[in-house]
Design a protein around this ligand. Structure first.
Ligand SMILES: CC(C)(COP(=O)(O)OP(=O)(O)OC[C@H]1O[C@@H](n2cnc3c(N)ncnc32)[C@H](O)[C@@H]1OP(=O)(O)O)[C@@H](O)C(=O)NCCC(=O)NCCS
Length: 158
């Protein structure tokens, strides 16, 4: 099933194996340390790591988000939007679609980790009703060698 996002004329759908290359590039654009395309191929193929892409009718991908499902819990593993497409509501819409998808799973809570200095993501998650549970110091490696603290957040799924 496709979920159309107006007014950007994008929709959200499950990623296909051939999306792994673009997804890996978007991930590398969004984070200090990228993950190899082969890893994304495995995630896309696996049932417990559903990956969703926001794309247009020609399947040009503007962003993606990936979950891990474990029993009655789910974790947002990663989310990234192409720089050219940021601040247009795509991150918000991807997240809302994940919530809808998760209603069809046994998951009752969605967890995530976010760097304490990632203002864009913190605001996005705040807007979506996530609250802070704890901190993990030294969690994210950084180019200057000073690792950043992760904020652990969660939100009930209902
Ligand atoms: C975080 C990210 C996914 C947001 O995607 P996006 O499509 O630009 O987000 P949206 O346009 O849906 O923004 C929704 C809300 O989040 C907040 N937000 C998003 N980007 C922001 C920014 N740069 N500064 C401040 N607030 C921001 C705002 O509250 C925004 O609502 P508004 O535009 O009405 O003010 C994107 O910035 C990104 O890919 N970053 C790099 C990867 C990353 O950090 N991922 C999160 C890891 S935990």
């Amino acid at each position: 099933m496709n979920f159309w996002l107006d007014p950007a004329k994008l929709h959200v759908e499950r990623a296909r194996l051939e999306d792994a290359d673009v997804v890996a590039k978007l991930h590398a654009q969004g984070f200090y340390r990228g993950w190899p395309r082969e890893d994304f191929q495995s995630y896309i193929a696996a049932e417990n790591t559903p990956l969703y892409v926001a794309c247009d009718a020609k399947r040009k991908i503007a962003g993606f988000a990936m979950l891990r499902l474990v029993g009655d819990e789910a974790e947002l593993i990663t989310i990234a939007v192409d720089r050219a497409w940021r601040r247009k509501g795509i991150g918000l819409m991807l997240m809302r679609q994940l919530f809808t998808e998760l209603l069809r799973s046994p998951a009752r809570k969605l967890f995530l980790e976010v760097a304490e200095d990632n203002e864009a993501a913190l605001r996005l998650y705040g807007k979506l009703g996530f609250s802070k549970l704890s901190e993990r110091k030294g969690y994210y490696p950084r180019p200057d060698g000073t690792p950043a603290t992760a904020i652990v957040m969660a939100r009930d799924l209902e």
